[in-house]
Write a protein that binds this ligand. Sequence first.
Ligand SMILES: [Zn+2]
Length: 229
Amino acid sequence: MASMSFLEFFHKGGKKTFRPKKKFEPGTLRYSLHKQAVASLGSGINLRDVVKLPPGEDLMDWIAVHVVDFFNRINLIYGTVCDHCTEDTCPRMSGGHKYEYLWADGVKYKKPVPLPAPRYIALLMDWIESQINNEAIFPTKNDIPFPKQFIPTCKKILARLFRVFVHVYIHHFDRLLTIGAEAHCNTCYKHFYYFVNHFDLVSQKEFEPLTELTRRICETKPSNELSFK
Ligand SMILES: [Zn+2]
C-alpha cells in the first residue's frame, strides 16, 4: 500500500464509496455558489475567511451548499479508511473509551442502540442522503424557499458528520498517516470547524472528543493554513 500515492488511493476510495456524490444542477444559483465555495479553497487561503457569507448571497443557500459539500468530502474521507473499519475492529461507534454514540432515527430505530461503527456510519450517511435529497427540506429550485425545519435539520446533519471525524481521527489515524491523507483530512476538519462555529450550527459539547486536535490544528495563525490541494 505504501507504493500507492494518496491521490491514487483517494480516487480508488472515491470510486468504491458506497454512494454517489450529491450534485447541484448546473445553471442554478446553488450550483454557482457551490463552485464559488470550492474555487475559494485554493492554496494560501484563510479558511476562517472563506466560511463567511459572501456579500449579497443568501444565508440558507450558503449553508445548503456547505452541508452537501461536507457530506461528500467526509464520505470520501471515511471511504479511505473503511476497509479498516469493520465489525471486528470497531464493534461500537466510539471515539476512544470515553465516548460512544448510539444510533436512533425515530423510524426504524426508535430507541438509541449501540451499533458497530461501520453499520452506524452507513446508517448515518443513508440518513443524511435522504435528507439532502428531500425536496421538502433541501429544495433545489431557486424560487422555492427553504422550510422552517431546514436549519434544525442541517444542525443535526453536521453534528452527525462530526462524529465521523471523531471516529476516524481516534480509531483510524494510523491509516490516514499510512496513505498520506492526514493533511487533507485536517484541512477538511478545519474548514468544517470554522464553518459550523461561524454560524453556530454545532453545540460546543459535540467537540469535546477532539478538543486536543482542535486546539492543535484549528488555532493556528492564518499563515500556517494548509492548502486544500
Ligand atoms: Zn472504525
